[in-house]
Design a protein around this ligand. Structure first.
Ligand code: NAD
Length: 321
């Protein structure tokens, strides 16, 4: 049994990590200010975790939250490309400044390892697929720059202070508890809820852009493995976390429509500023060093996700034709 701190633990991915750790009997402290995360994501485990309602910008409170902690999963962020384009300053302050505060807190508290939620947006639109960690990054948006800066900080803290850090570059994660109805919602959650309500979702661009969609259970597994991986191979390293398969938005739309019973075509709109055209990961490094294997495939992940939204938004489902 170990002590874990999960920043952003009320959010989509963070709450899955919280639930997984509680289920195996670990001590969990959550740090979140509920900017995009939801209290109800923690309800089922609320009496078994310690919750600190703290802003990542508050260096002293973050440092206190790191005391007595063995391992940190740093998920807290403003995780949206369009939001970072519209309002770059808050994203900059939380995604870079907040990450710095976590690292400083971890260093001072002598935390054993920090696992960082990095982003595939670091690769940008450079040529060459699948994406391999050795490619030089080409971030396109403020968000991508911020998340990449977080990686550099993680690596510097390993090199300079010997704080063990592992960066996991997530590729388009989806699943239960992803917020579907915010202007910054991910595409999968947005499509699912709109189709259930009988509304036609919009696709930005021609829909032929590809994504390496990855179910959240795979991400939880990758994080737990990143804690156990040998220091000499994992510390200071970056790993792609994905399925290693590319699915277009048109294909994803069609499959979701079939599962939900929705029969209308999408509305096509202009491409969005800062969006990457394609993403597809090489997951060899994660497989060799962490022992990571994506256990939930794309279609199975979609099925589980639709089932969850059906339960969560019961009563909102329209006759779909
Ligand atoms: N979802 C994806 O596809 C994806 C892809 C790549 C990387 N990531 C990264 O994974 C992490 C989790 O993303 P998510 O999809 O679960 O998003 P999310 O918005 O559900 O979770 C982010 C959490 O951080 C919290 N937070 C935001 N600002 C904060 C602040 N100032 N102080 C304290 N807490 C704050 C939010 O309240 C929320 O609970 C993020 O770091 C994101 O950049 C996600």
């Amino acid at each position: 049994m170990a002590n874990y701190l999960i920043t952003g633990g009320a959010g989509f991915i963070g709450s899955h990590l919280v639930h997984a750790l509680v289920a195996r009997g670990d001590q969990v402290r959550v740090l979140d200010n509920f900017e995009t995360g939801l209290r109800k994501n923690l309800d089922p485990v609320r009496d078994r975790i310690e919750l600190r309602e703290v802003d990542l910008a508050d260096a002293a409170a973050v440092q206190q939250a790191c005391q007595g902690i063995d391992y940190i999963f740093h998920e807290g962020a403003l995780p949206s490309v369009p939001r970072s384009v519209k309002e770059p300053r808050p994203s900059h302050e939380i995604n870079i400044g907040g990450t710095f505060n976590v690292l400083e807190g971890a260093r001072l508290a002598k935390v054993k390892r920090v696992v960082y939620a990095a982003s595939s947006s670091a690769y940008g639109n450079q040529p060459g697929f699948p994406r391999v960690e050795t490619m030089s990054p080409q971030p396109l948006s403020p968000y991508a720059v911020q998340k990449l800066t977080g990686e550099y900080y993680m690596q510097a803290y390993w090199r300079v202070y010997g704080l063990e850090t592992v960066c996991l570059r997530y590729f388009n994660i989806f699943g239960a508890r992803q917020v579907p109805d915010s202007p910054y919602s991910g595409v999968m959650a947005r499509f699912t809820l709109m189709m259930m309500r009988g509304d036609r979702p919009a696709i930005f661009g021609d829909g032929e852009q590809g994504r390496d969609f990855t179910h959240v259970d795979n991400v939880v597994r990758a994080n737990l493995l990143a804690i156990e991986a040998p220091r000499e191979k994992a510390a200071g390293q970056v790993f792609n976390i994905a399925c290693g398969q590319r699915h277009t938005l048109n294909e994803t739309y069609a499959l979701l429509a079939t599962f939900i019973g929705f029969q209308h075509p999408p509305i096509y709109g202009p491409e969005r500023e800062g969006d990457v055209r394609d993403s597809l990961a090489d997951i060899t490094a994660a497989s060799e060093v962490l022992g990571y294997v994506p256990e939930v495939g794309f279609e199975e992940g979609l099925r589980r996700t639709v089932a969850w939204y059906r339960e969560e938004f019961a009563g909102q489902e329209k006759g779909t034709q």
